[in-house]
Design a protein around this ligand. Structure first.
Ligand code: NCD
Length: 304
């Protein structure tokens, strides 16, 4: 059974194939409109979502398939105390493929062990988010035309931001990558990512609390939201939430071809005044999420 729990389960060749497939879907959507006729995708979301859940559903509907699912733990039998393992065993009787988001790290992995159909991790706690990474990679490929030789800045909540952890893992397999890690002291990248991914692959990196000082060197700036739901107390969240707010002023020294990304939702960390800057790519990123998930669903269902 093929599941997608961690982005590193895909080889760089498989990633290239998914990216090329997504670009072909963008160019010829009608050729894919019936690829998943008769197939059902289940979206099991134990945590809030707008883009991930709806882009999965949009992707399956665009392939001619159908969808079912729930969008909160409170509306599923989880509220009665059912285990993830039993929920997924049940749903694998109703669907051909499952996308699952859960607040507990590792829950989709546990689910995959009990599922009779492929399981896709749609975000597990502060851990991983492989399909956001595929979305990000398609965006980088379309905006920059390459995955090599890029200085990539990550800014905001690098501790709890699962999209950051997965994208760092994915990019560390390419050459000429440099990471610039910008966060408050309390929200630094977890040491397991720093040691097991960045240091292990000998990737040059820089850590700082000051975004403006590193702005001129960046090819990509990946902004993130401070992950309120993962904090132990509201006081810390309130103190840290506005650590970084990207404004047109702060972009003065940035490269002309900088690509500004954000997995969204945005709270305060990018001023809406930046939206009109041609370097703002975050809504293009949203669009890319639908196409790469179409490519992924087809691959996981073994549809050519
Ligand atoms: C992200 C997530 O859920 O991790 N959103 C997304 O899937 N596009 C980022 C976030 O919630 O901040």
């Amino acid at each position: 059974m093929n599941h997608l729990i961690d982005i590193l389960q895909l080889s760089t060749q498989e990633i290239d194939e998914l990216v090329e497939k997504a670009k072909d879907i963008i160019a010829n959507p009608e050729a894919y409109a019936h690829k998943c006729d008769g197939k059902i995708l289940a979206t099991l979301f134990f945590e809030p979502s707008t883009r991930t859940r709806l882009s999965f559903e949009s992707a399956m509907l665009s392939l001619g398939g159908k969808t079912l699912g729930f969008s909160s733990a409170s509306s599923s039998s989880a509220a009665k105390g059912e285990s993830v393992a039993d929920t997924v065993r049940t749903v694998s009787c109703y669907a051909d493929i499952i996308a699952m988001r859960h607040p507990k790290e590792g829950a989709p992995l546990v689910a995959s062990m009990r599922s009779e159909v492929p399981v896709i991790n749609a975000g597990d706690g502060g851990h991983n988010h492989p399909t956001q990474t595929l979305t990000d990679l398609l965006t980088i490929n379309r905006e920059k035309g390459r995955f090599n030789d890029l200085t990539v800045g990550f800014c905001g909540d690098l501790k709890f931001g699962r999209t950051v952890h997965s994208l760092i893992s994915a990019l560390s397999r390419y050459t000429g990558i440099k990471f610039v890690l910008v966060s408050p002291e309390e929200l630094k990248l977890p040491s397991y990512v720093k040691n097991e991914v960045i240091k292990k692959n000998n990737i040059p990196y820089e850590q700082t609390t000051d975004l403006e000082s590193v702005m001129p060197e960046l090819d990509i700036l990946y902004m993130t939201r401070v992950q309120r739901e993962r904090f132990f107390n509201e006081e810390d969240y309130l103190r840290l939430k506005d650590s970084y707010i990207l404004t047109p002023e702060k972009l003065k020294n940035a490269k002309q071809d900088l690509c500004i990304m954000h997995p969204l939702p945005r709270v305060n960390e990018i001023s809406v005044a930046v939206d009109d800057d041609p370097r703002a790519c975050y809504f293009k990123q949203v669009r890319n999420g639908r196409y790469i998930r179409m490519a992924l669903i087809m691959k996981m269902l073994g549809i050519e």
